[in-house]
Write a protein of this length. Structure first.
Length: 374
């Protein structure tokens, strides 16, 4: 069995596992200290889709398998791609662009097939909690970077129609990554989105998109959820629904503190948690604060949401049992909400500019680019 067969077999197993998760939502704990825990299922499938045939994950795995071989044969590409994705404004080097142009046709065929599919679920083992891995994420980040570089090449060649198709594919890759419902995945999706936005605006300034090209881009933007772009809200809800209960079930039991210190860095002692009772109280507080954060994010008024989030952050900081909440929920009470509002506004503004219409005004100011996809 060759390397590609092994990779594809592994991918099929993950995709099949993802499809089977639609069958049930299972109760996984009846620990006396905490209420029964439900592992949240994947988000609902789009209408009229097949859970296996329409899942992009397998096609992405096939593209990433070919890409891994190309990167191995060209060892300078991988660090160059990482540098390109480090900041929104970074341009690809001439050498990187040349090597991307020489990528195998089979890679592009697999990648184009993946982005044409309506959804992407990689079958993340959420029941493993903090131990769950995302083996696809680095490859997806690289696929997004490569598609961006090819879109820029099309703009430089003054091929507006091809550039629009590639940029729409960039947006689809970002959307697919966001379906992981994890903060790191959403952060990478944001970086791809912002680099794509920059290229779209460059094309608009040069009047390179005809009406058909603009329609392609607007249709892809409108496909992204306006309320939960790139899974940003879902990543918070998923942490509340499955990560926090998993932590309570795993570490809020006799011996849990020792297990945490053996597996997690930094250990709980760094957080000031030295006994199992303190761990139990910290995990209970974590669940309560995360529930409050979820409700605050649901507020329709951004100013009211910010006030509630600020209040939660202040109480969390002052709470002697709030150490675990500060560690796990800290991002959600700092800049994540502003980034969520910023992405919503970016998408609305870009769609408006492409269609020649001004988007509806919002009372939430855009946030500066604070994403990190390293």
């Amino acid at each position: 069995m060759n390397h590609r067969s092994i990779i594809i077999g592994f991918a099929i197993g993950i995709v099949l596992g993802s499809g089977l998760t639609w069958l049930a939502m299972t109760t996984v704990s009846t620990d006396p200290f905490f209420a029964p825990i439900l592992i949240s299922p994947p988000p609902p499938l789009p209408e009229d889709t097949d859970p296996l045939e329409d899942n992009a994950a397998l096609a992405y795995w096939q593209a990433m398998d070919l890409l891994a071989g190309y990167l191995k044969a060209n060892p300078t590409i991988e660090p160059a791609l990482s540098e390109y994705m480090r900041e929104v404004e970074i341009e690809p080097t001439p050498d990187l662009r040349e090597r991307i142009e020489n990528l195998w046709d089979d890679f592009w065929a697999d990648l184009d097939r993946a982005v044409a599919k309506p959804f992407c679920h990689f079958g993340i083992a959420r029941e493993e909690g903090m131990m769950a891995t995302l083996p696809h994420l680095q490859g997806m980040r690289q696929c997004g970077a490569i598609m961006l570089i090819d879109a820029q090449a099309a703009l430089d060649d003054e091929d507006g129609e091809r550039a629009a198709r590639r940029l729409a594919s960039c947006l689809r890759i970002a959307s697919h990554i966001g379906e992981d419902r994890t903060t790191i995945s959403s952060s990478i999706a944001m970086r791809i989105l912002m680099k794509a936005e920059r290229l779209v605006r460059s094309g608009l300034e040069r009047d390179m998109f005809n009406a058909e090209a603009r329609e392609v881009l607007v249709a892809e933007i409108q496909r992204i959820s306006s309320q939960d772009p790139l899974g940003m809200m879902s990543s918070l809800v998923a942490d509340h629904d499955w990560l926090v209960p998993w932590m309570q079930r795993t570490y809020g039991v006799p011996g849990g503190l020792r297990a945490y210190n053996d597996l997690v860095m930094p250990p709980a002692t760094v957080l000031g948690i030295t006994t199992q009772r303190e761990m139990n109280l910290a995990l209970q507080a974590l669940g309560e604060y995360m529930g409050e954060v979820v409700e605050a994010y649901k507020e329709a008024d951004p100013d009211l949401a910010r006030r509630k989030i600020s209040d939660i952050a202040q109480r969390m900081d002052a709470d002697p049992d709030g150490a675990m909440a500060r560690r796990v929920a800290g991002k959600f009470v700092s800049d994540w909400y502003d980034q969520l509002i910023d992405v919503r506004q970016r998408l609305s503004s870009l769609a408006g500019d492409l269609s020649g219409q001004w988007p509806a005004e919002s009372n939430a100011e855009p946030a500066k680019d604070k994403t990190s996809a390293d």
